[in-house]
Design a protein around this ligand. Structure first.
Ligand code: F0G
Length: 461
């Protein structure tokens, strides 16, 4: 029934957002050197830069904040969080961290090894950065269908290509691979899910060679929902039964709680291995805080304990995934080339198919980000030539990525479908006039190429 996908909540507090004029936005774009990260949030009408840390908390979460136990050690709030995490992950040991990348750091210190391969479907930047600093070799082995933005045929485009892992083992030897990391859902290619079968098979293969498996689980509930809806044998399973099975195939999980945890800050390092826990706790004490708060306040732990449960709620997920699909459907009706099928946390527009006349070295997806803000005050993010571009370490020649998209990240429980219509209509208009747009020139970048998108400066050609 279609109405079942409407919001399973009502709104009791609102935050004003500002409508601005095109002339104003052109001025702000210029001041920001055409980089969306440098635009002031107050000058954004609908903010789709990210789905991270931007959720609206529920009345239950706000009231839980008042129970925050701010004890340095052994706070009541930690034990509530621990119980909530154990319930969803089915794993015994929980170390909170201040956000996902802190958990990634601890995980990289334990699992990424100098000169050895860290295999992933598509590694998120913060693990990749940590791994590279440690001298490890991160490789992305997402299935080929995962790179084909136009095909909606494969229901699990975040899956890892098992053959590629086997070939690497054959070629280099299993001792050259220190870890396999499965990111659910796969953020870099459209929030695409990973199937249970793939997680199970990757785990079995890695297990035969004693290679540990880690799950980067920022969007664990969205992934579980896709498994429930799309994979044989899961239709009658609850979201938590599915998450517990997912994590039964790994040794350790990291989580940025700023996504499916429905909180504004927080992260988790979760493991079933006692020795791994002990090492993680040592690193947490040095970098995050004592083991029962990990850089968070008691209030944060309380809000997360509740938010994790709400994030796994069937009715919430039905609304959530269908709102993203709603935007995707509106865009498709207008002919806008999006990554298909729509994923969990946003709609990704294919920059090369949108602006076929703008070559990758003139940043088509970034041009689209600028056009969308200019026309409608909507802020999205480039995941393409700028964010994922790299350089040959010897010649410094640019290397252009396979992925060339603009991500419209949808915050959880924040915007209505009227906002989705604004985004779809604006992009539809831009698409009609697409031939009038020219590319962009990168005029400034910081010293670390993999982080350049945060501070880069552009000019319009
Ligand atoms: N892993 C994944 C898959 C992520 O998407 C992110 C963050 C992190 C780890 C790091 O977590 O931000 O809490 O430190 N992704 C955000 C995004 C920033 O916009 O996709 P964090």
């Amino acid at each position: 029934m279609k109405f079942m996908t409407a919001e399973p909540f009502r709104i009791k507090m609102v935050e004003r957002i500002k409508k601005t004029t095109k002339e104003e936005r052109q001025g702000w774009l210029k001041e920001a050197n055409y980089n969306a990260f440098k635009i002031k949030a107050e000058n954004v009408y609908i903010d789709c830069l990210t789905d991270s840390g931007t959720s609206a908390m529920s009345s239950e979460q706000w009231s839980a904040l008042m129970l925050g136990d701010e004890s340095y050690a052994g706070s009541k709030s930690f034990y509530k969080l621990e119980e909530s995490v154990q319930d969803i992950f089915g794993m015994p040991y929980v170390q909170p961290t201040h956000q996902g990348r802190a958990a990634d750091y601890i995980m990289a210190k334990l699992y990424a090894k100098e000169g050895k391969y860290a295999i992933g479907n598509m590694h998120f930047d913060t693990f990749r950065g940590n791994a590279e600093v440690l001298g490890a070799i991160p490789v992305d082995y997402v299935i080929d269908e995962g790179k084909d933005t136009a095909s909606a045929a494969h229901p699990f485009k975040g899956n890892i290509d098992i053959n590629k892992i086997e070939n690497l083992i054959e070629e280099k030897g299993s001792e050259q691979i220190s870890v396999v990391i499965i990111t659910v859902t796969c953020n870099n290619n459209g929030g695409q899910p990973v199937s249970m079968q793939n997680i199970r098979e990757v785990s079995a293969l890695a297990g035969r060679y004693n290679i540990p498996v880690v799950i980067d689980s920022a969007r664990l509930a969205e992934n579980a929902y896709f498994i429930q809806q799309r994979e044989d044998g899961y239709k009658n399973k609850s979201i938590k039964e599915i998450t517990r099975e997912m994590f039964s195939y790994c040794e350790t999980a990291t989580m940025s709680s700023k996504k499916d945890g429905l909180v504004n800050i927080g992260g988790l390092f979760v493991t079933r291995d006692e020795e791994v826990l002990q090492m993680a706790q040592q690193l947490a004490i040095v970098h995050e805080g004592f083991i029962t708060y990990g850089g968070l306040t008691g209030r944060d732990l309380e809000a997360l304990a509740v938010g994790l449960q709400e994030g796994c709620d069937q009715q919430y997920l039905e609304y959530r995934i269908n709102q993203v699909k709603y935007l995707g459907d509106r865009l498709e009706e207008k002919g806008v080339p999006i990554v298909k099928p729509t994923g969990g946390h946003g709609v990704y527009v294919d920059g090369r198919r949108f602006f076929p006349h703008i070559p990758q070295h003139e940043f088509p997806s970034q041009r689209l980000v600028v056009a969308l803000y200019e026309e409608a005050g909507v802020r999205a993010v480039e995941l393409g030539a700028c964010a994922f571009g790299s350089k040959d370490p010897v010649t410094q020649e640019p290397i252009w990525p396979d992925v060339e998209t603009m991500r419209i990240g949808i915050s959880r429980r924040v915007y209505t479908n009227s906002h989705m219509d604004v985004i779809a209509n604006a992009l539809g208009e831009i698409y009609k006039n697409r031939n009038e747009y020219k590319g962009m020139k990168l005029v400034y970048e910081g010293p670390i190429t993999s982080l350049r998108h945060f501070t880069a400066g552009f000019e319009l050609l």
